[in-house]
Ligand binder design. Structure first.
Ligand SMILES: C[S@@+](CC[C@H](N)C(=O)[O-])C[C@H]1O[C@@H](n2cnc3c(N)ncnc32)[C@H](O)[C@@H]1O
Length: 277
């Protein structure tokens, strides 16, 4: 068997380690709200995804299934895919606990192997991808072609993501006033080797598997990947807010709504709807 590339091996070990932390990170993943049925998607993701009742939804990079289970509660039939075995195990456990196992199925697979792991081509009304997913993927054209292969004609990809223009900044390079400064070059298209023991959901965590390989995909590459896969861009919006505290200087305005205190003109996220003709 061919040796796994670093991006796959390192990133999966990193995400495996985060799963138990996130299952105990009530400020970010409010499991109680899943249990009492009050959990909902943030406004950007919900807006681009639209109603899901009665639809088949494929949720790529579903983590431990929090949003997948929200969608199942909203009447969707959901399949969540993630390459982390502990994430999938936790998702299945939560689905069983919530009585949603009949509507929410979870598959352990690398996104690029999804078609082999889930041989159900052209059978989904929606493919849903959100928040902090694309930066782990080396090849967006291959990613978009996986999505195209799963969508029914007339179905669409709903993507809500951090804006690549925001990824050029980072807290690690913060200036004395605490604002993030230049970090990653926007157009270099080179993998970034990171070594960060911190976790966004658990401020006390120090990860052992702290080395990762990440990718900054410029907007043009994201849109071109969708077009290259034969998808039609129906909706594309840039937003001055984002669903999580991406930088320590962001200020919370509401449920999953974080903004710059003084730069509303600097984009933090975007949403994209791309349909299969
Ligand atoms: C920031 S989380 C995404 C959160 C997600 N939007 C949710 O519903 O909670 C990134 C996820 O991508 C997964 N992931 C990263 N690279 C992957 C790959 N190549 N194939 C499958 N899953 C991957 C990780 O295991 C992790 O669960």
């Amino acid at each position: 068997m061919a040796e796994e590339p670093d991006w796959l091996r390192l990133n999966r070990a990193n995400w495996d380690e985060r799963v138990p932390l996130h299952l105990n990170a009530p400020d970010t993943y409010v499991l109680e709200s899943l249990r009492d049925g009050s959990a909902h998607l943030d406004a950007i993701a919900s807006g681009v995804l639209g109603p899901v009742a009665g639809l088949r939804v494929l949720h790529l990079q579903c983590h431990f299934g929090f949003d997948s289970l929200v969608l199942a509660r909203r009447g969707a039939e959901v399949v969540g895919i993630d390459f982390s075995a502990p994430a999938i195990e936790a998702a299945r456990g939560l689905a069983a606990e919530l009585g949603l196992a009949g509507r929410a199925r979870f598959v352990e697979a690398n996104v690029y192997d999804a078609a082999a792991a889930l041989p159900e081509p052209a059978s989904f009304d929606r493919v849903f991808v959100s928040w902090g997913a694309l930066c782990w993927l080396p090849d967006l054209r291959a990613w978009a072609s996986v999505i195209g292969s799963f969508l029914k004609p007339g179905g669409y990809l709903a993507l809500a993501e951090a804006h690549p223009a925001a990824y050029v900044f980072d807290d690690m390079t913060a200036t004395p006033d605490g604002m993030p400064s230049w970090y990653m070059p926007y157009l270099s298209r080179q993998p970034m080797l990171e070594d960060r023991p911190e976790d966004y959901a658990d401020p006390t965590a120090r990860l052992t598997n702290s080395r990762t390989v990440e990718f900054l995909h410029p907007l043009s590459d994201i849109l071109t990947a969708a077009i290259f896969a034969g998808l039609r861009i129906d909706r594309f919006e840039e937003h001055g807010h984002v669903a999580w505290k991406m930088f320590s200087g962001l200020v919370r305005h509401g449920h999953c709504d974080y903004r710059w205190p003084d730069k509303p003109w600097l984009p933090l996220s975007y949403s994209l709807r791309a349909a299969k003709g």
